[in-house]
Each structure stands twice: as C-alpha cells, then as structure tokens.
Design a protein around this ligand. Structure first.
Ligand code: ADE
Length: 244
C-alpha cells in the first residue's frame, strides 16, 4: 500500500512514520510513505505557495496551482486517479470502518492544508474525501494524516506481527477490548483476576467477552447498539441490569 502526502512540511511526515511499527512496515516493503513537498511545485523562484484571501480577512490561503501540480505529479507516477483525502475539521469524522475501507486502496493521497486553508477551486477538482480526526482544530493536516496512516497501515496484512490481534481488539464488532494482565501475578497487593490463571480457556473467553461488554457499557455506551451480540451476551447484559 502506498501513501502519498502532499504537504509543506515533508520532514514532519518522514520523522513521524519512520519509527515503530510503521517504520518496520516501510523497511519490509509492506507500505511506502512518499511525502511530497508542495513548495517544490511553486512555479516561481521565491517558492511562494500562499497569498492573501480575496474578499479580505485574516491569514493566508494556499494557492491552487502548487497543490494541483503536486497532485498531478502523483497521478502521472501511478498512472490513475487515486482517492485524495483532504484533512479538515469540516470532514467526516474518521473511525475504524473508514480505516478498513481505505485499507483496500493501492494508493492513497493525503492533502495537508495550512494557514487559513486551501483555495476552494483545487479542492473541488481533486478531493474525493473530506476527513476530520475529531472535533477540534489543529494547525495543519500533517498530524491527522499520520494518525490515518497509522490506523490504516496496521490493517495491511503482515504489518502487525500477529494476525489475530487486529481481529480481536477495540472497535472490532463495536466492543472495547477486554483488560490485559501480565506477570507478576500480584502487584502492590493487586491480584490478576484468578480466572486468567485457571487454564480453563472457554471460561477465559467467556470472562473476556463479558469484560468487553461491561467496559463498552461503562465507557462508550453509544457503541453497544451497533455491536453483534449473541444470546449469551444479551443474557449477561440482562443480569447486569438486574443487579443495578
Ligand atoms: N486540520 C485541522 N484540524 C483538523 C482535524 N481535526 N482533523 C483533520 N484535519 C484537520
């Protein structure tokens, strides 16, 4: 899977993705991250890429030409029109299902804005998806694009060491992950739940499932309505409600 990031701060992207699991995935050739400097497409000797907004107002607006030419350079390189994600607080809020959908693509282009935004005309011409990473305003699209690259990469086969872990974790099936424990069995007087030391795997699975449900109900009750609950799950929920 190839990520192309159109940005005025390519070093920020390169510094961010070349470590940890994404860094290893890049070394293994499972993903590539190509940070393209929009300024290289300025088309003037000063490297100017922004100008004052028509109609007045604070700040500067990124000009359409450099953005368009940087996009064209990628389109020409890969030989087709890729999906182009514009990172903006005005977009659809990113979630795990969107990560799964984007992970199906061969190439993804991320367009990072700065200053007061990007000239609307070029957005209309090239952007296929407007995406926000949450209801707050950041200084640019670089961190959001790295957040998305991280979430999408880990769904690419081989990127995580163990294939199962992408399957059984938070947000799979709209349930939060169960709590995890490791040695020591007792830490500062707090013990690991005894069932986990029992060796009874069906009981462990049942306990974990119930912990997932309990956690989701306590921490993210908005998710539970979209979870795929079995009749045993529903019975467990009823028993919780009866004890309330
Ligand atoms: N750019 C600025 N704020 C953003 C946000 N919350 N999500 C995506 N892109 C942004």
């Amino acid at each position: 899977m190839n990520f192309h990031v159109l940005t005025l701060f390519p070093e920020m992207i390169n510094d961010g993705v070349n470590t940890s699991i994404t860094g290893r995935a890049i070394s293994k050739g499972l993903i590539s991250v190509n940070a393209v400097n929009i300024r290289d497409f300025a088309g003037n000797k000063y490297g100017q890429v922004d100008d004052y907004p028509y109609g007045g107002g604070a700040g500067m607006v990124m000009q359409p030409g450099p953005v368009y030419r940087s996009y064209e350079s990628i389109k020409e390189k890969i030989g087709y029109k890729p999906r182009v994600i514009y990172l903006t607080p005005q977009g659809k809020v990113f979630n795990q299902s969107m990560a799964e959908e984007f992970a199906e693509e061969k190439d993804l282009v991320f367009l990072c804005g700065h200053y007061e935004g990007i000239d609307e005309r070029v957005l209309e011409m090239i952007v296929t998806d407007n995406v926000s990473i949450g209801d707050y305003v950041l200084t640019g699209g670089e961190l959001p694009s790295m957040v998305m690259i991280d979430a999408i990469s880990r769904l690419v086969p081989g990127v995580l060491n163990n294939d199962v872990s992408a399957e059984f974790e938070s947000f799979n099936d709209n349930l939060l992950e169960y709590p995890q424990y490791t040695r020591p069995a007792e830490f500062m007087g707090k013990e690991v739940p005894p069932i986990l030391l029992s060796g009874n795997h069906p009981k462990v699975d049942e306990w974990r499932r119930q912990q997932s449900i309990l956690r989701t109900m306590e921490r993210r009750p908005d998710l539970i309505k979209d979870a795929n609950l079995t009749s045993a799950d529903k019975k467990y929920i009823r028993s919780l409600e009866e004890n309330d």
